[in-house]
Design a binder for this molecule. Structure first.
Ligand SMILES: Cc1cc2nc3c(=O)[nH]c(=O)nc-3n(C[C@H](O)[C@H](O)[C@H](O)COP(=O)(O)O)c2cc1C
Length: 173
């Protein structure tokens, strides 16, 4: 699939069919995340693949009751091992680059999954401490996004974007 087709066609999906994800496809999705750019190539990215039903339900509870997370066959918890970046870049590494690195990886997960025929939703609304407990994150590893992945059971229409004419300036504001 053409990259522009994936960028335009991807939607946040919140209803999933129970069909499993092929292991080969899951590997491709994880590799897509691994290929994302990383500040100073520090690679703070860590991912936890959750398939166990009880574990997904714990994640859904930690994500303020977003129960559709537990409907998807797989949820990836995208994390940052903050010290990998802060060792080199200090506060900027900790507060900015770690977040940007994992966001880039998360977007790659979305696009790769879509290109393989799966649907996803970026979950950012969760109790970070609670998610860290569910996945037994070691100290210094922050869960920053959860991405449920599965075959879509709905086809949402694209939400309107603020027009380019309102968000693009030339040379300066
Ligand atoms: C950082 C971030 C956090 C988000 N958190 C949630 C969330 O917790 N639950 C949810 O249903 N959608 C969440 N979304 C998805 C947005 O609601 C969605 O991307 C937006 O409405 C645009 O729709 P689209 O993805 O179909 O283009 C999040 C998206 C981003 C980028």
């Amino acid at each position: 699939m053409d990259v522009f087709e994936a960028i335009k066609g991807r939607r946040s999906v919140r209803e999933f069919r129970p069909d499993p994800i092929k292991e080969g496809d899951l590997k491709k999705i994880l590799e897509a995340a691994q290929q994302a750019p990383s500040a100073g190539h520090c690679q703070p990215l860590e991912m936890v693949v959750v398939k166990d039903q009880a574990q997904k339900e714990r994640l859904a509870r930690a994500a303020l009751g977003q129960t559709f997370i537990a409907e998807a066959p797989v949820a990836i918890v995208v994390c940052a091992d903050v010290a990998r970046t802060s060792r080199r870049y200090g506060r900027r590494g900790e507060e900015l680059y770690c977040i940007q690195d994992t966001a880039a990886a998360t977007q790659n997960i979305h696009l790769a999954a879509y290109a393989l025929g799966y649907a996803t939703c970026w979950i950012g609304a969760f109790d970070e401490g609670a998610v860290a407990k569910v996945i037994k994150a070691p100290a210094g590893v922050r869960p920053l996004a959860i991405v449920p992945i599965g075959k879509p059971a709905e086809k949402p229409s694209p939400p309107q974007r603020i027009p380019l004419s309102k968000i693009v300036r030339e040379e300066r504001f």
